[in-house]
Design a protein around this ligand. Structure first.
Ligand SMILES: C[S@@+](CC[C@H](N)C(=O)[O-])C[C@H]1O[C@@H](n2cnc3c(N)ncnc32)[C@H](O)[C@@H]1O
Length: 211
């Protein structure tokens, strides 16, 4: 299902800031190496994330699902000096594509790559985060949300991509849509947060931890 009218989607994207050169290079490198690159979050979600980091003043970020680094670079662009972004990816090949970009200045000192299963990595991380971006395997979204709640600071943001799953959350004919809907319900009923679900691209929810 088309979430947003195609022309409106194109129009709103064309009136959103262009990606920085490093992102254009990263998209090109991903496209040359991989058959499909439709997993990367794209201009509007990328810009939303960058703005949320910048507006919230987040200094410590956790990303669940790096792919080739699009959203990690966008968020790291708004991180202040001394800020840190930990990003988890289980696919070694994707990490090899993102690594040379993450090793450039100023990302080298800001982005920390963790290779492995995010469900195991998240509980092993020390400390808490100002912003957590969930974008890995959809069947585990309810688990990721619960893990993120344990790691988010009061006033911090949990941002979740693909919360509409092409509109499939309406009929829930597949496991991914079922799991995403289950998480959407958990968030709706969570009295410890405020949330905003946006029909941006494939759906993005912004959750603010109240305490
Ligand atoms: C939608 S992509 C992430 C897109 C990325 N945030 C971007 O903007 O380019 C989801 C990624 O999560 C990874 N992934 C899936 N399950 C995972 C898990 N359990 N632990 C770590 N990474 C996982 C996939 O390999 C894939 O690269």
């Amino acid at each position: 299902m088309e979430i947003t009218n195609k022309q409106i989607a194109e129009y709103t994207e064309s009136f959103t800031s262009e990606e920085p050169d490093i992102i254009k290079e990263l998209v090109e490198a991903s496209d040359e190496d991989l058959e499909y690159i439709d997993m990367l979050s794209g201009r509007q979600t990328g810009m939303l994330l960058k703005m949320l980091v910048s507006i919230s003043g987040a200094k410590r970020i956790l990303e669940v699902g790096t792919f080739t680094g699009y959203s990690a670079i966008m968020m790291a662009q708004a991180l202040p000096d001394g800020g840190e972004l930990i990003t988890c990816e289980m696919n070694e090949h994707y990490n090899r594509i993102s690594e040379p970009f993450f090793l450039r200045e100023p990302y080298r000192t800001k982005i920390i790559q963790k290779l492995g299963n995010a469900l195991e990595i998240i509980p092993s991380l020390d400390g808490t985060f100002d912003l957590i971006f969930l974008d890995a395997d959809k069947v585990n979204y309810p688990k990721y949300y619960r893990l993120a709640k344990e790691k988010i600071n009061a006033g911090g943001l949990i941002v979740i991509d693909n919360v509409l799953w092409d509109g499939d959350v309406l009929n829930r004919k597949n496991r991914k849509a079922e799991a995403i809907h289950e998480m959407n319900e958990i968030i709706r009923d969570d009295k410890e947060v405020e949330q905003l679900m946006l029909p941006l691209r494939d759906g993005v929810t912004i959750v603010k931890a109240l305490n």
